[in-house]
Design a protein around this ligand. Structure first.
Ligand SMILES: Cc1cc2nc3c(=O)[nH]c(=O)nc-3n(C[C@H](O)[C@H](O)[C@H](O)COP(=O)(O)O)c2cc1C
Length: 169
């Protein structure tokens, strides 16, 4: 029989899967909401769908579901402090922060490596998270380097300088 996998073991094992870091933002009745995520995954190219997994009960989770739209700002290497700011529970994540606004007044993080603006296509509960599938309506990309996350720590993602491998898939 397989031993039960406790949350710490799950976090540690999945922490070996290196990711980028993003901030999911939305706005409800003029109030901005946002949280740091690394659960961002591409789901479909045509139609363009992505997903994020948001903790049940987090303020931003309810806000995203209520608003029916959200933006994903993929953070650049220099935005570690923003990643920390948007991960602090119970704080006003936007206090003193200049944001720009995308479609439908959803705030986006200035200087991010990329923005993807989405409508909520579907949301469903899975364990202790809500899986939110977004249909991408707008994209903005910038030059620079992304912020990485590996084994519970922020990290750099190194470009090895090879040709892109788009031809494989
Ligand atoms: C690098 C990093 C990645 C995170 N990824 C997620 C995630 O994918 N989903 C999630 O629900 N929380 C994630 N968190 C935790 C949330 O950012 C944190 O709980 C946040 O404060 C909750 O937002 P709230 O203030 O709206 O409740 C992550 C935190 C960090 C630092």
């Amino acid at each position: 029989m397989t031993a039960a996998i406790d949350p710490l073991t799950m976090r540690r094992a999945m922490g070996r899967f290196a990711t980028g870091v993003a901030v999911v933002t939305t706005s409800v009745d003029g109030t901005p909401h946002g949280m740091t995520v690394n659960s961002l995954t591409s789901v479909s190219l045509d139609p363009p769908l992505l997903l994020v997994c948001l903790t049940i009960g987090a303020r931003s989770t309810d806000a995203v579901v209520r608003a029916g739209r959200f933006a994903v700002s993929i953070l650049s290497a220099r935005q570690e402090q923003l990643a920390l700011r948007f991960a602090r529970r119970g704080e006003d994540h936007f206090a003193g922060l200049e944001v720009t606004h995308g479609r439908h007044e959803v705030p986006v993080i200035p200087g991010a490596f990329a923005h993807l603006e989405c409508d909520v296509e579907r949301d469903f509960t899975a364990g202790d998270h809500v899986v939110v599938i977004g249909r991408v309506r707008g994209v903005c990309e910038r030059e620079g380097e992304p912020l990485g996350f590996l084994r519970g720590k922020f990290s750099d993602i190194v470009d090895r300088g090879h040709e892109p491998i788009h031809w494989i898939f």
